[in-house]
Structures are given as C-alpha cells and as structure tokens.
Design a protein around this ligand. Structure first.
Ligand code: NAD
Length: 504
C-alpha cells in the first residue's frame, strides 16, 4: 500500500477545486505527534481571501452537482465507501499520529463515520417528498427537498475522521457542495479523505478543505455565499458559531461540549457496569464528547463500585497509540495535558477524595501523557464536576435515590449523553422519560446513535434545532419546497375570481 501523500509533507496542503494547494500564508500552526511531543508538520492558517477561493470553487461546482440525479451522487458515495474501507488502516495511522488515540480506537471511530456514508448512499429514497392529489378541484400539492447550496463544516480535534463524516456525506448526497475546516491540531486526515472522494469520481470543487483558526472560521461565518454551517466543538465556540451564523442568515447546527453522567443503581451488575465505565471514561484518554466523566452512584452501589473502578483504572496500559497492547494514548497537546492535570490539583484542594492519581504515573517525558485519575465524594459545586475536563479523570458523586440522581443530571447545563445501569425495567423507563439529555443509554455506556438515527445533545451541548446525520441531517442539508399545481381538465374549466383563492 502506498504511504499517504500527506505523511511525507512538511506542510499540510489545502484542498481546493479537486487539487492540493500550498498557499503562501502569514500564519501557520504546529501539528504535533502527541506520543513523542515532536512537531510532525505545519498547517497553514487561511485568511478570508483563501477561504473565499474555496467557497468560489464550491459555488462554481454547485449547479452541475445539484442537478446530478441523486442515484448518481449516491454511486460516488458508494465508491468512496469502498475506498474508505481499503484505506481505513492508513487513515487510522494518520489519526493516531496526530491525535494520539490507539489504532483500534481510531479504526472504530472511522467505522462509525463510514456508517454515515452507508446511510447517505440511500439518498434517492431519503429525498422523496410528499404528494396529495385533489387538495382542491383539479389541484394537487407536492413537496420536494432541494439542497441548501454551499455548506461548511467546522470540526474538533477529537475525531478528525468521524466528525467530518457526520456532515459531508449527507450534505453531498443531498446535492450541496462543501467547505470543511478541520481542527488545526490534526488536519491531515481531511486531505486524505478529499483525495479519496476525487478517486471515487466526485467532481472538482464539490468538496474543499481549508485550514486555520478563528480567522478562517469567522471568514466562513461571514461569507455571504455559504448557506449552512455545521459545527462540532466546545460550548463557548459553538455559541459564537450559532450567534454569528444566525445573525448572518445562515442555518446552523452547533454541537458543543459535554459532561456525561452514568447513574449506577444498587441492583446493577456492578462488575459489568464498572467494566463498561472504564472504557467510557478513559478510552481515547477521555477526549470524547460522549465520554462518561461523572458517575452517580446510588445508595449501596457506591463503595463497591468505587473499589472496582479503582482496580480497573490502574490496570489501564498507557503508551503510544500505535504500541502493542496499549489501552490509552497521550493527550492531544502539552497545554491540554497540563490543563487536565491542573484539574486534579483543583479537585484535591476542593476536598474531593483522590482515589487514583494520574499525575504520579511514569511515562516517556517528551510525550503528552497523563495516567488515569479517579475522584470519589465529589460535590456538584466543585470545578472537577462543573467543568468539562476532557481528559482521563473520572469523578464519582453519591446520591441516595434515583430521583436525586435524575435531579442532579437534569441540573447540569450540559446535556449530551447519559447512561443508567440497572436490572430494573421500571427504573430504566422512568429515567429515559424524565432525564433532560439528548442521548440516553440503558446499560449502554456511550449511547452514540447509529448513522440512521441522529446525533445531538440538548441545552449547552447543542445550539440549533436539528441534530447531525440520520433524517435530521437530511432535513438540515435540504430546504423543502411545497408546490401547488392546477391542471384543469379540458371539459371543466377551473374557477377564477379576485378573492383569496379557496381550494374547495
Ligand atoms: P474547539 O471548540 O476548541 O474547536 C473546534 C473548532 O473550532 C476547531 O475547528 C477550531 O479551529 C475552531 N475554533 C477554535 N477556537 C475558535 C474561535 N475562537 N473562534 C472560531 N473558531 C474557533 O474544540 P476542540 O478542543 O477541538 O474539541 C473538543 C471539544 O469539542 C470538547 O468540548 C468536546 O466536548 C467537543 N465535542 C463535542 C461533540 C458533540 O457531538 N457535541 C463531539 C466532539 C467534540
């Protein structure tokens, strides 16, 4: 297998109009290999003019792509899916190289992203509208779903393949063209996907990639020819994206940060729950928007659960993501590792019981490693509970009853995912019904909906109305047009008149 082109590059290119572009820019960023702490390559930061050149490519490509039959668009995605399968391992290596997560974890996340491509291949069916015959005398009504136009995606560092795949397969299948601005921390995988899309037969200009930070993002939000913006990232930036895009008349879905709870009832299989929670809390070094970061242990579940979690958490093998038998890789950057470690200091100062201290673990000093940490007896006012830490730190709170646990979860301003562990159908049903969170798992620690459902949280975890992929994704990337037609039969002339037409 050929080595992907971008691994040889010193500077990650842009992708505009079906080819790579190495722009002259004033500002660049550093892309690290988090396992070695070394700069792996540089990434150009686009200004408004460079963003505009990508948008113009997307504008020019729009008419032909919009008018291509949906089945033809789906066939491009079918070929892209096959190429993604063939290149999955190589893409996972790029993700591990720039993000740090283990290869199996990267493979799994790419798989989940590819499932959105599979979903989007069904677009001829998904785009079908409604039709009513005889809404009035000789009058029919039907709806069509038409593409929005040029759409943009702005994505976070933690899933450099999967999160872009939540967006562009559905957008392209619906007949839109697309400009992606991936995270500047791990930008290379997007360029590889652009190459694969071209190989799959996607016309030039339909999919484009720009890089950068706030300047590039703001150029997208203020661009008059972009009709829709999909964003995934932290809550403060999601709010900025939502407010700026809506002010500029764009449709927007802005998915934000999270503080996901798992409620464990005393009747749960505690061994099973602890095993599930370990993967959900420390997998990908806790850098998942659906990571469980707060456990609410109810009643007698508390002491035995904390004991099991501590035993299992200290067995986690930390090391380079491409190492044999490694469970957890490094954090994405040195600054992020230090920020996560500072929360462990804060938790101790605030009076929580530090059961396992990840700062004490020994690692190669150049990588951005941190061990697993576990806190017990955490109170809602503590910063380790209030803030999204986004690292390998799990906090345990205690509640006396299920009602108290539900109230705690519902008082949290984040509402992305939540799970309950119990053997009681009645308790689970009540939880499902009363909890004010967008995605709920029952004995499932990370309830990420499959591609043909839609992904999204509530409250501070999502600004906008529609979630990503599934039917809500199709709705987001299309506008509905309702068409009313009158075709009078020759022998019965249609009624005329100057009053408000009545269709009886
Ligand atoms: P981030 O908000 O820092 O960055 C996300 C994107 O916004 C990047 O492309 C970045 O370049 C851009 N950006 C950063 N600062 C900006 C600014 N001031 N103005 C405009 N654009 C800016 O997020 P991150 O650190 O890359 O990712 C981690 C966050 O993403 C966590 O909060 C996590 O919960 C969240 N996340 C949420 C979901 C979800 O589905 N809700 C999924 C994945 C990640």
């Amino acid at each position: 297998m050929n080595k992907p082109a971008e691994l040889k590059l010193q500077s990650v290119p842009l992708w505009i109009n079906g080819r790579t572009v190495d722009p002259a820019v004033k500002r660049t960023g550093e892309v690290f290999n988090p396992a070695t702490g070394q700069v792996a390559r540089r990434v150009p930061f686009c200004d408004a003019a460079l963003v505009d050149s990508a948008v113009q490519a997307a504008v020019a490509a729009l008419p032909a792509w919009r008018d291509a039959p949906p089945l033809r668009r789906a066939r491009v995605l079918q070929r892209f899916l096959r190429l993604m399968e063939e290149n999955q391992r190589a893409l996972a290596a790029i993700v591990t190289d720039e993000h740090g997560k283990t290869i199996p974890d990267a493979m799994g996340s790419i798989q989940r992203g590819m499932e959105v491509v599979e979903f989007a291949c069904g677009i001829p069916h998904l785009l079908k509208g409604e039709h009513s015959e005889n809404v009035g005398t000789q009058v029919d009504c039907h709806t069509v779903r038409q593409p929005v136009g040029v759409c943009a995606g702005i994505t976070p560092f933690n899933f450099p393949v999967m999160v872009p795949l939540w967006m562009f397969p559905v957008a392209l299948a619906c007949g839109n063209t697309f400009v992606l601005k991936p995270s500047e921390k791990d930008p290379s995988a997007s360029i590889r996907m652009a190459e694969l899309l071209k190989e799959a037969g996607l016309p030039d200009g339909v999919f484009n990639v720009v890089h950068g930070d706030k300047e590039a993002v703001d150029a997208i939000l203020n661009h008059p020819q972009i009709g829709a913006v999909s964003f995934v990232g932290s809550t403060p930036i999601a709010k900025h994206i939502y407010e700026t895009s809506t002010r500029n008349g764009k449709r927007v879905q802005a998915l934000g940060g999270a503080k996901n709870h798992a409620v464990v009832l005393p009747d749960a299989d505690l061994e099973f729950a602890a095993e599930a929670l370990i993967g959900a809390a420390y997998g990908s070094a806790g850098e998942r928007c659906m990571a469980i970061s707060a456990v609410v242990a109810v009643g007698a579940a508390g002491d035995p659960l904390v004991k099991l979690l501590a035993e299992k958490a200290q067995q986690i093998k930390v090391g380079a993501g491409d190492g044999e038998g490694i469970d957890m890789g490094p954090l994405v950057t040195c600054q992020h590792r230090d920020k996560v470690a500072s929360y462990i200091d804060a938790g101790v100062k605030e009076g929580a019981r530090l059961v396992l201290d990840g700062r004490k673990a020994q690692f190669p000093k150049d990588g951005f490693f941190l061990g697993t940490s576990l806190f017990d007896q955490v109170k809602p006012a503590m910063s380790i509970y209030r803030d999204e830490i986004f690292g390998p730190v799990l906090v345990v709170l205690r509640a006396k009853t299920l009602e108290e646990a539900i109230a705690l979860v519902n008082a949290n301003p984040y509402a992305n995912g939540v799970a309950i562990f119990t053997e009681s159908g009645g308790a689970a049903r009540r939880f499902e019904n009363e909890v004010t969170v967008g995605m709920v798992g029952v004995n499932v620690p990370i309830p990420v909906p499959v591609a043909f459902y839609s992904f999204g949280g509530w409250k501070n975890s999502l600004f906008g109305d529609l979630h990503v992929h599934g039917m809500e994704g199709v709705k987001f990337y299309t506008r509905t047009k309702a068409i009313t037609t009158r075709w009078p039969h020759q022998d019965t002339p249609a009624p005329g008149g100057f009053t408000m037409p009545l269709l009886g």
